[in-house]
Write a protein that binds this ligand. Sequence first.
Ligand code: NG1
Ligand code: MG
Length: 518
Amino acid sequence: MTTSTIPIIDDISVLYSEAKIASARARWSDLSIRFEKMYGRVPDFIARSPGRVNLIGEHIDYAGFGVLPMAIEDDCLIAVAIDESQSRVRLANVDPTHSPLEFTPKSSQKGYVDINPESHTWSNYFSAGYRGLLDELKIENPKGMLCLMSGTVPTGAGLSSSSAFVCCAVIATVKAQESLLNKANVKTPSAHELAIISIRSERHVGTMGGGMDQACSILSQPKSALFIEFHPVLKVTPVQFPSTLPPIAFVIANTLVTSDKAVTAPVRYNLRVVETRGASRILALALGIPVPASGKLHLKQVLDAHFEKIGYRSEAKTEAEADIEKLIEMGRIVERVFGTDEIRSGVSFARMCELAGLSEEEFTRLYIQQPIQAQTFHLYRRAKHVYSEEQRVVQFRDICEKAMGQTDLAAETLFSQLGDLMNASQDSCHSLFDCSCDELEELTVLARRSGAYGSRLTGAGWGGATVSLVAEDKIPEFVVSLKKEFYAKHYPDLTVADIENAVFATAPSSGAATFIGR
Ligand code: NG1
Ligand code: MG
């Protein structure tokens, strides 16, 4: 675990690429001007946390498996002035269609601020971060905060606008309360601890999320993607693309089908979490692995426990190869345990509980913390996706790492291998995890036809964006093709600016920061 704190910066050029810096400067200065107009004083600081694009490893973070996202330049900013005279919080958005929020925090026993997960208001994400941080630090009489938010991560696009906002609220709040912490001799949490706090905080909005987005938003480092592991503890490792190769880029293309995870959670995201949890309990029973009374045991723990139980010793030469062996074997076990016609086609809730050795009430108590709605539960297809997707993550990371040391690399082969893994991930999301949609299918097929090495949905899916691996010198023609074949067809009325925002190459951005300057 690292003990570094959130970086404090006085120059925003470290956060953006050359192409983006001019518009970023204009936005930052507009934020300060509006702040002053609104609150009659200048902000004390601006907190920043970025969105992310997931390169590979979809819907496996909540199963305990490693993922490989990268922070993007689009981000959430919260300008803050500390109000020493009272505890009241005022929050507004530079976008006037979002109504402001004002509250005076309650005591720690009462949870500081109410959040209604059913109301789906934008400010819930702020409240979730604010409350999550204070819950953790048990601050009584927090200092008042005047806040103005500006976000550029498109919402409902699978680029984690929600986590960028929650993380930014956590960082803004910890900075605003820092002097109280110092007075009480409480250590300011490290960036790593703030990432964990942000993961817990976002659950206040009602999604049973993994931790990829918050860890990526807070802990990303410049010019790198981030390999994130969750089990046994949160661990991040920057992954770089070799500089000796011809440059490649990840191009984001948004289907513009919005998928608001908080709204659709009962039939989509949270349902998948429950199916995955059910599958892991039933697999554990089949393998004779003890399930703790809390019921908590994800698919990664089932894998670890199984190989420990059988005393497995791998002959593989590398850690990646050994991991892959185990994941392939888990795929076989899934076939054996869930491969019957009955389970393959999906089971009812009653049947899933029976297989899990639990009453419906017990199952609900252990595994369903938020409402879900479904007739059929797919244990086979979800478990199959998770183990195969992790195998692709391990391979993807391994290819990137091996390439780092080489100079005479056949770049084309390498990029094709990465692209193939992305394509296989898309297939699995589509046919096993059911989190794709027609527009995502169309756009990924078109991307490959337009020269991408690989293309897949990114984030939770059911709409939102795709990510494609493209050689840098091919980007202009790639983008033209997408504009013509997808955007002009589906959205003929889009403005040039709307299209620029929908399809763009992205550079890896750094993680969260606090700006103190003028
Ligand atoms: P998005 O697309 O940002 O809502 C969600 C989860 C991730 C992960 C992905 C699927 C949250 C905050 N985010 O991302 O943890 O499970 O889906 O890989 O819950
Ligand atoms: Mg989200």
